[in-house]
Design a protein around this ligand. Structure first.
Ligand code: C2E
Ligand code: CA
Ligand code: CA
Length: 675
């Protein structure tokens, strides 16, 4: 036997001391069971690992502490890393259990010795790492973790460019970033442990690839030589789209001219420049009419070709530094840096001359008309936007001037502003109950009130009444008249019924605007108004002005016929002020003619005309009403000449329906001769 030093007893205590220290230091739990698999011994960390102190563990089977994920193991055979779940402080933890059976001297199974290792944290990290990796894999960018030397430690599968040696620096640095942020070099940034983001252009085969690269250092636990996360995103396509959008926003597709956006930009730059010199900046808006007709007659492509030509013509007139832009369909702008206003005037003349030259299309000559509005800086606007707007406002007034050129005046703006305000107020007039219908008597030669003309009145709540000569044209231009006219028709018909119910057999005349007359539902509207009022069509007279008759004749005649067939009378209003063509009277099925007030006012000199109108009307079987009769001798002349009816202040002004009825009751029949 070999002599032992230290002696066997000391050696045993040494080994057991060493074992005990080991068990104290390790974070795993070692346990031993008896043959019945009840825990007979456990090392120090049971509270941490099993969640119960060792005294409670002893005498228990392992299954009393937690559960095996895949069922009970075969204890009689050794096993490793079986997943075992326990709850510690209400948190499910994952242990890995390994065990070996042991035997007594007789060779019978005496129990197992096992170890339990808590791997919960590791599992959480593993899970997170898997998630992160898969997220990185899904990313459209190529992502890598690289050392400061550029050696790749990890990369997602998009990172497949030609880095055979696994070194990114070569790829990135050799590619020479085209847009280093703040001029900082990629290598410099990496050396200084600073993040870097920039664009890199590389030649791949025969095309250029643009990549957005970002490199940022990841310092782990204050590690001195960090690793870098590198992402590379292919933005070639995006950049191409961006450039295309930029082009679209800045240049007109058809003519290649700058758009409004670029025009404003250049104008703004120009303003800064002229401020330093003693010059002015002129903004001219050129509006061309007649293109739509060319589109309609010759087709869109011909219209487009004309627009391209116009653009070239404008460009040929201006100097190199000036801008010609296309603002919208048929509207161009010219921005020029000039000496004074008179130069702007002569530039406008040159532009006009260029635009007025004939175009030959499909063997036909075409001439377009251009109107030019001019705004000058300084004076007509403080910034590019305002100047362009001023020039656009000025162009509206250009068509009516001889040269079709109009310089901006501040009044234009003011007029437009107040018109806009009035329009808004008018739109609200009906819902606010600011509108009313008044009635003016129409009398026969015997002074008997046979009818009344309904006239619309607008009295805004907060101000003085707005005369119809102001709000009716506005309502017509804005289309509001359709709604207002319909309302007036309903009200007038209802009032007429009321009068009739009081035994006043008075017909009602309602003014109809051309726009309203042309709405497809007009005949139905009239029928509905009559029905709602319970008024017979024979009691209604619609007054129409000549403007309706100018175009769309066939449709207009058809509608007039339908109204006539229903029994409704139709008057031509203000006769003598418009085209007053006799042919109208023959062609359109009118029942009545209203001689305009202007003839009656100056009856002395208009006698022959009135006589002619009356003769002609008689021959056409038309009833005649003279308007604006203010004086007795006017009335006498008209009666003597055979006029059937009269209307005017001599017989009564317009009044509310109630007042109208009262006046009727109080006044005896007014013979014209007594009036
Ligand atoms: P209008 O249809 O020619 O209406 C007759 C205009 O002459 C009315 O002006 C009336 O007040 C005025 N008047 C009548 N007798 C005399 C007179 O003896 N002397 C003078 N100086 N004037 C007289 P008002 O009410 O200012 O209406 C102006 C125009 O507005 C109307 O001319 C008509 O075209 C339009 N209007 C009025 N109400 C309506 C309506 O409900 N619908 C439509 N579409 N237009 C309307
Ligand atoms: Ca009228
Ligand atoms: Ca009239």
């Amino acid at each position: 036997m070999t002599a032992h030093y230290p002696p066997p007893e000391a050696q045993i205590s040494y080994v057991s001391g060493r074992l005990d220290d080991l068990l104290r230091l390790t974070s795993d739990v070692f346990f031993e069971t008896d043959a019945k698999l009840l825990i007979s011994a456990a090392s120090y960390r049971t509270l941490d690992v099993f969640g119960v102190p060792d005294v409670l563990v002893l005498g228990q089977p392992l299954e009393a502490i937690g559960r095996f994920a895949e069922g009970l193991p075969d204890w009689r055979a050794p096993f490793r890393d079986m997943v075992f779940h326990v709850r510690v402080d209400d948190i499910e933890r994952i242990l890995l259990i390994s065990a070996l059976p042991y035997y007594d001297e007789s060779g019978s199974f005496a129990g197992v010795r096992g170890a339990a290792q808590d791997v919960t944290d590791r599992r959480v990290w593993e899970r997170q790492a898997t998630m992160l990796t898969s997220a990185c894999e899904q990313s459209p960018a190529a992502i890598a973790i690289a050392t400061a030397e550029g050696k790749i430690q990890w990369a997602n599968s998009r990172w497949h460019i030609d880095d055979a040696d696994g070194v990114i620096a070569k790829n990135l640095i050799d590619a020479r970033p085209t847009s280093p942020p703040d001029g900082v070099d990629l290598v410099e940034a990496m050396t200084a442990l600073k993040p870097w983001r920039g664009e890199i252009r590389r030649q791949v085969d025969d095309h250029e690839v643009i990549e957005l690269v970002s490199v940022s250092p990841i310092c782990i636990h204050g590690q001195k030589s960090p690793v870098f996360s590198v992402t590379r995103e292919d933005i070639t396509l995006r950049r191409a789209y961006e450039e295309k959008l930029m082009r679209l926003a800045h240049f007109d597709d058809l003519t290649g001219l700058p758009t409004r956006m670029l025009c404003l930009d250049r104008l703004a730059r120009g303003l800064m420049a002229v401020e330093r010199q003693e010059r002015i900046m002129a903004t001219l808006v050129v509006s061309v009419s007649g293109i739509r007709r060319i589109n309609d007659v010759h087709g869109r492509s011909v219209g487009d070709a004309v627009l391209v030509q116009l653009a070239r013509r404008l460009q040929s007139v201006v100097r190199a530094g000036d801008t010609v832009a296309r603002l919208s369909g048929c509207e161009f702008a010219v921005v020029a840096d000039l000496r004074d206003g008179s130069e702007a005037d002569s530039l406008a003349d040159k532009l006009q001359a260029a635009m007025n030259r004939k175009f030959s299309l499909s063997g036909l000559d075409h001439q377009l008309k251009a109107s030019i509005g001019i705004a000058l800086y300084p004076g007509d606007g403080n910034n590019a936007e305002a100047l362009l707007q001023s020039a656009a406002l000025a162009v509206n007034g250009a068509a009516s001037s001889l040269k079709r050129v109009n310089f901006f005046r501040p009044e234009i703006n003011e007029a437009l502003q107040s018109r806009l305000q009035l329009e808004t107020a008018l739109r609200n007039a009906l819902p606010l109950g600011e509108l009313a219908m008044h009635y003016q008597p129409i009398v026969g030669v015997d002074g008997h009130v046979s009818a009344a003309e309904a006239l619309m009145r607008w009295c805004p709540r907060d101000g003085v009444a707005v005369p119809p000569s102001v709000f009716i044209p506005l309502a017509e231009e804005t289309g509001i008249i359709v709604q207002l006219g319909l309302w007036g028709l309903y009200v007038a018909c209802a009032e007429a019924t009321r009068w009739r119910n009081q035994n006043r057999d008075i017909r009602i005349a309602v003014n109809v605007s051309a726009l309203q007359f042309r709405t497809p539902s007009f005949v139905d509207d009239v029928l509905n108004a009559l029905k709602a009022a319970g008024l017979s069509p024979e009691a209604l007279d619609l007054e129409i002005t000549e403007s309706l008759l100018v175009d769309g004749q066939d449709d207009v005649i058809a509608v007039m016929r339908r109204l006539r067939d229903l029994g409704i009378s139709l008057s031509i209003d203000d006769f003598g002020t418009g085209y007053s063509s006799l042919s109208y009277l023959r062609r359109f099925p009118f029942t009545t003619l209203k001689i305009d007030r202007s003839f009656v006012t100056d009856i002395a000199s208009n006698g022959p005309i009135i006589r002619a109108i009356l003769t002609m009307s008689r021959s056409l079987g038309l009833t005649v009403i003279a308007e604006g009769v203010e004086e007795k001798d006017q009335a006498e002349f008209l009666v003597a000449e055979g006029c059937h009816y009269m209307q005017g202040w001599l017989f009564g002004r317009d009044e509310s329906s109630d007042q109208f009825l009262r006046t009727l009751k109080n006044s005896p029949l007014r013979q014209v001769s007594q009036a």
